[in-house]
Design a binder for this molecule. Structure first.
Ligand SMILES: C[S@@+](CC[C@H](N)C(=O)[O-])C[C@H]1O[C@@H](n2cnc3c(N)ncnc32)[C@H](O)[C@@H]1O
Length: 222
Protein backbone atom coordinates (compact mmCIF):
# COMPACT_ATOMS: atom_id res chain seq x y z
CA UNK A 1 0.00 0.00 0.00
CA UNK A 2 1.21 3.51 -0.80
CA UNK A 3 2.22 4.89 2.60
CA UNK A 4 1.08 8.43 1.63
CA UNK A 5 -2.51 7.18 1.53
CA UNK A 6 -2.42 5.16 4.72
CA UNK A 7 -3.88 6.85 7.81
CA UNK A 8 -1.12 5.39 9.94
CA UNK A 9 1.77 5.72 7.47
CA UNK A 10 1.27 9.33 6.43
CA UNK A 11 3.30 11.61 8.71
CA UNK A 12 1.05 14.59 7.97
CA UNK A 13 -2.05 12.70 9.07
CA UNK A 14 -0.23 11.49 12.17
CA UNK A 15 0.53 15.12 12.98
CA UNK A 16 -3.17 15.99 12.64
CA UNK A 17 -2.68 18.00 9.46
CA UNK A 18 -5.69 17.98 7.16
CA UNK A 19 -5.18 15.84 4.03
CA UNK A 20 -5.34 17.71 0.78
CA UNK A 21 -8.98 17.85 -0.39
CA UNK A 22 -9.76 16.89 -4.01
CA UNK A 23 -10.84 20.46 -4.71
CA UNK A 24 -7.25 21.67 -4.24
CA UNK A 25 -6.08 20.22 -7.55
CA UNK A 26 -9.10 21.71 -9.33
CA UNK A 27 -8.49 25.16 -7.89
CA UNK A 28 -4.69 25.30 -8.36
CA UNK A 29 -4.42 23.21 -11.53
CA UNK A 30 -0.82 22.81 -12.73
CA UNK A 31 0.42 24.90 -9.79
CA UNK A 32 -0.83 22.48 -7.13
CA UNK A 33 2.78 21.65 -6.13
CA UNK A 34 3.29 25.28 -5.09
CA UNK A 35 0.14 25.14 -2.97
CA UNK A 36 1.45 21.95 -1.34
CA UNK A 37 4.76 23.65 -0.55
CA UNK A 38 2.87 26.57 0.95
CA UNK A 39 0.83 24.14 3.08
CA UNK A 40 4.08 22.54 4.29
CA UNK A 41 5.49 25.95 5.24
CA UNK A 42 2.33 26.86 7.15
CA UNK A 43 2.31 23.53 8.99
CA UNK A 44 5.99 23.72 9.98
CA UNK A 45 7.67 27.13 10.27
CA UNK A 46 4.26 28.86 10.14
CA UNK A 47 3.31 27.19 13.41
CA UNK A 48 6.82 27.42 14.92
CA UNK A 49 7.04 31.15 14.22
CA UNK A 50 3.54 31.74 15.61
CA UNK A 51 1.82 32.74 12.37
CA UNK A 52 -0.70 29.92 12.53
CA UNK A 53 -2.13 28.27 15.62
CA UNK A 54 -1.51 24.50 15.84
CA UNK A 55 -5.24 24.03 16.31
CA UNK A 56 -5.72 25.21 12.71
CA UNK A 57 -3.80 22.25 11.25
CA UNK A 58 -6.83 19.90 11.01
CA UNK A 59 -8.44 22.51 8.73
CA UNK A 60 -5.34 23.88 7.06
CA UNK A 61 -6.61 23.42 3.51
CA UNK A 62 -10.36 23.85 3.82
CA UNK A 63 -10.47 26.85 6.17
CA UNK A 64 -7.28 28.61 5.15
CA UNK A 65 -5.67 27.82 1.80
CA UNK A 66 -8.74 26.93 -0.28
CA UNK A 67 -11.02 29.33 1.53
CA UNK A 68 -8.67 32.10 0.33
CA UNK A 69 -7.85 30.69 -3.11
CA UNK A 70 -11.50 30.70 -4.24
CA UNK A 71 -11.29 34.50 -4.28
CA UNK A 72 -9.09 34.20 -7.39
CA UNK A 73 -12.20 34.27 -9.57
CA UNK A 74 -12.84 37.88 -8.51
CA UNK A 75 -9.46 39.06 -9.83
CA UNK A 76 -8.16 40.00 -13.28
CA UNK A 77 -4.67 39.41 -14.69
CA UNK A 78 -4.20 43.18 -14.85
CA UNK A 79 -5.02 43.79 -11.19
CA UNK A 80 -2.43 44.99 -8.71
CA UNK A 81 -3.65 43.57 -5.42
CA UNK A 82 -2.62 44.83 -1.99
CA UNK A 83 -3.19 42.08 0.58
CA UNK A 84 -3.57 44.17 3.72
CA UNK A 85 -2.45 42.57 7.01
CA UNK A 86 -1.24 39.53 5.10
CA UNK A 87 0.12 37.72 8.20
CA UNK A 88 0.80 34.16 7.04
CA UNK A 89 0.19 35.20 3.42
CA UNK A 90 -3.57 34.78 3.59
CA UNK A 91 -5.23 35.35 1.22
CA UNK A 92 -2.26 36.79 -0.74
CA UNK A 93 -0.13 33.69 -1.34
CA UNK A 94 -2.92 31.30 -2.42
CA UNK A 95 -4.11 34.06 -4.78
CA UNK A 96 -0.61 34.55 -6.20
CA UNK A 97 -0.36 30.80 -6.82
CA UNK A 98 -3.80 30.57 -8.42
CA UNK A 99 -3.26 33.70 -10.57
CA UNK A 100 0.38 33.84 -11.73
CA UNK A 101 -0.24 36.89 -13.94
CA UNK A 102 -1.84 39.03 -11.25
CA UNK A 103 0.57 41.11 -9.16
CA UNK A 104 0.23 40.72 -5.39
CA UNK A 105 1.70 43.09 -2.81
CA UNK A 106 1.65 41.59 0.68
CA UNK A 107 1.39 44.43 3.20
CA UNK A 108 2.29 43.41 6.74
CA UNK A 109 3.17 45.54 9.77
CA UNK A 110 5.12 43.01 11.87
CA UNK A 111 8.79 42.46 11.07
CA UNK A 112 8.89 38.77 12.03
CA UNK A 113 5.88 38.02 9.80
CA UNK A 114 7.47 39.94 6.95
CA UNK A 115 10.63 37.81 7.33
CA UNK A 116 8.53 34.65 7.16
CA UNK A 117 6.67 35.88 4.08
CA UNK A 118 9.98 36.71 2.36
CA UNK A 119 11.34 33.26 3.12
CA UNK A 120 8.23 31.54 1.78
CA UNK A 121 7.87 33.72 -1.34
CA UNK A 122 11.56 33.10 -2.16
CA UNK A 123 11.22 29.35 -1.67
CA UNK A 124 8.13 29.18 -3.87
CA UNK A 125 9.81 31.52 -6.42
CA UNK A 126 6.65 33.59 -6.67
CA UNK A 127 7.66 36.23 -9.20
CA UNK A 128 4.32 38.02 -8.97
CA UNK A 129 4.68 38.72 -5.24
CA UNK A 130 6.21 41.75 -3.54
CA UNK A 131 6.33 42.16 0.23
CA UNK A 132 6.06 45.52 1.96
CA UNK A 133 6.67 46.00 5.65
CA UNK A 134 4.35 48.84 6.67
CA UNK A 135 1.12 49.74 8.29
CA UNK A 136 -1.26 50.27 5.41
CA UNK A 137 -2.09 53.78 6.67
CA UNK A 138 1.56 54.71 5.95
CA UNK A 139 1.28 53.76 2.28
CA UNK A 140 -0.92 56.63 1.10
CA UNK A 141 0.89 58.25 -1.87
CA UNK A 142 3.41 55.37 -1.90
CA UNK A 143 1.26 52.53 -3.29
CA UNK A 144 -1.88 52.41 -5.45
CA UNK A 145 -3.79 49.16 -5.79
CA UNK A 146 -6.65 48.21 -8.08
CA UNK A 147 -7.81 45.78 -5.39
CA UNK A 148 -7.25 45.57 -1.63
CA UNK A 149 -7.90 42.20 0.00
CA UNK A 150 -8.17 41.53 3.71
CA UNK A 151 -9.00 38.57 5.91
CA UNK A 152 -9.26 38.63 9.71
CA UNK A 153 -7.64 42.05 9.96
CA UNK A 154 -10.20 44.60 11.18
CA UNK A 155 -13.91 45.42 11.14
CA UNK A 156 -15.36 46.67 7.85
CA UNK A 157 -15.45 50.38 8.89
CA UNK A 158 -11.72 50.29 9.77
CA UNK A 159 -10.85 48.43 6.58
CA UNK A 160 -12.69 51.08 4.58
CA UNK A 161 -10.80 53.84 6.38
CA UNK A 162 -7.43 52.16 5.83
CA UNK A 163 -7.87 50.76 2.34
CA UNK A 164 -9.83 53.36 0.36
CA UNK A 165 -6.88 55.82 0.34
CA UNK A 166 -4.61 53.23 -1.31
CA UNK A 167 -7.16 52.28 -4.00
CA UNK A 168 -7.06 53.84 -7.44
CA UNK A 169 -10.19 55.14 -9.19
CA UNK A 170 -12.73 52.33 -9.54
CA UNK A 171 -10.58 50.24 -7.15
CA UNK A 172 -12.20 47.50 -5.08
CA UNK A 173 -12.00 46.36 -1.49
CA UNK A 174 -12.51 42.58 -1.21
CA UNK A 175 -12.97 41.61 2.44
CA UNK A 176 -13.38 37.99 3.52
CA UNK A 177 -15.96 37.98 6.28
CA UNK A 178 -17.72 35.49 8.53
CA UNK A 179 -21.37 34.90 9.29
CA UNK A 180 -21.89 38.31 10.86
CA UNK A 181 -21.21 40.15 7.62
CA UNK A 182 -24.70 41.73 7.56
CA UNK A 183 -24.09 43.40 10.93
CA UNK A 184 -20.71 44.64 9.68
CA UNK A 185 -22.32 46.13 6.60
CA UNK A 186 -24.88 47.97 8.79
CA UNK A 187 -22.12 49.31 11.05
CA UNK A 188 -20.17 50.51 8.00
CA UNK A 189 -23.08 52.47 6.44
CA UNK A 190 -21.63 55.90 7.27
CA UNK A 191 -18.15 54.93 6.10
CA UNK A 192 -19.49 53.57 2.82
CA UNK A 193 -21.17 56.92 2.20
CA UNK A 194 -18.27 59.08 3.40
CA UNK A 195 -15.71 57.23 1.28
CA UNK A 196 -18.06 57.17 -1.74
CA UNK A 197 -18.11 53.39 -2.13
CA UNK A 198 -20.71 51.32 -3.94
CA UNK A 199 -23.20 49.33 -1.84
CA UNK A 200 -21.43 46.09 -0.86
CA UNK A 201 -21.86 43.15 -3.17
CA UNK A 202 -21.88 39.82 -1.30
CA UNK A 203 -20.12 36.92 -3.04
CA UNK A 204 -20.50 33.34 -1.81
CA UNK A 205 -17.55 31.45 -3.28
CA UNK A 206 -16.59 27.78 -3.39
CA UNK A 207 -20.10 26.53 -2.62
CA UNK A 208 -19.45 23.36 -4.68
CA UNK A 209 -15.94 22.66 -3.42
CA UNK A 210 -15.84 23.82 0.21
CA UNK A 211 -17.77 22.60 3.23
CA UNK A 212 -18.02 26.21 4.40
CA UNK A 213 -18.10 28.58 1.42
CA UNK A 214 -16.19 31.87 1.59
CA UNK A 215 -18.14 35.10 1.96
CA UNK A 216 -16.48 38.08 0.32
CA UNK A 217 -17.76 41.64 0.49
CA UNK A 218 -16.88 43.73 -2.55
CA UNK A 219 -16.99 47.52 -2.29
CA UNK A 220 -15.99 49.65 -5.26
CA UNK A 221 -14.77 53.24 -5.31
CA UNK A 222 -17.09 55.50 -7.26
C1 LIG B 1 -5.17 38.28 12.61
S1 LIG B 1 -3.88 38.52 11.49
C2 LIG B 1 -4.59 37.90 9.98
C3 LIG B 1 -3.55 37.53 9.00
C4 LIG B 1 -4.05 36.95 7.68
N1 LIG B 1 -4.72 37.96 6.88
C5 LIG B 1 -4.96 35.75 7.89
O1 LIG B 1 -6.10 35.78 7.45
O2 LIG B 1 -4.49 34.77 8.47
C6 LIG B 1 -3.87 40.27 11.20
C7 LIG B 1 -2.58 40.75 10.58
O3 LIG B 1 -2.71 42.13 10.23
C8 LIG B 1 -1.51 42.78 10.54
N2 LIG B 1 -1.84 44.21 10.70
C9 LIG B 1 -2.55 44.76 11.70
N3 LIG B 1 -2.71 46.08 11.49
C10 LIG B 1 -2.07 46.36 10.33
C11 LIG B 1 -1.88 47.56 9.57
N4 LIG B 1 -2.37 48.72 10.00
N5 LIG B 1 -1.20 47.48 8.40
C12 LIG B 1 -0.70 46.29 7.98
N6 LIG B 1 -0.84 45.14 8.66
C13 LIG B 1 -1.52 45.17 9.81
C14 LIG B 1 -1.03 42.10 11.81
O4 LIG B 1 0.37 42.29 12.04
C15 LIG B 1 -1.40 40.66 11.52
O5 LIG B 1 -0.35 39.97 10.87
Amino acid sequence: MDSTHSPTGNPRERAGIESEPEAAAEIFGARIDLARRFADHLATTGVEWGLLGPRELPRLWSRHILNCAVMAELLEDTDVVGDIGSGAGLPGIPLAIARPKTRLVLVEAMERRVEWLQMVAADLQLENVRIVRARVEELVDAEIFTVATARAVKSLPVLIEWCTPVLGPDGRLLAIKGQSYETEIKKAAKHIKRYRLSPPKVHTLGAESLEIPTTVLELRRR
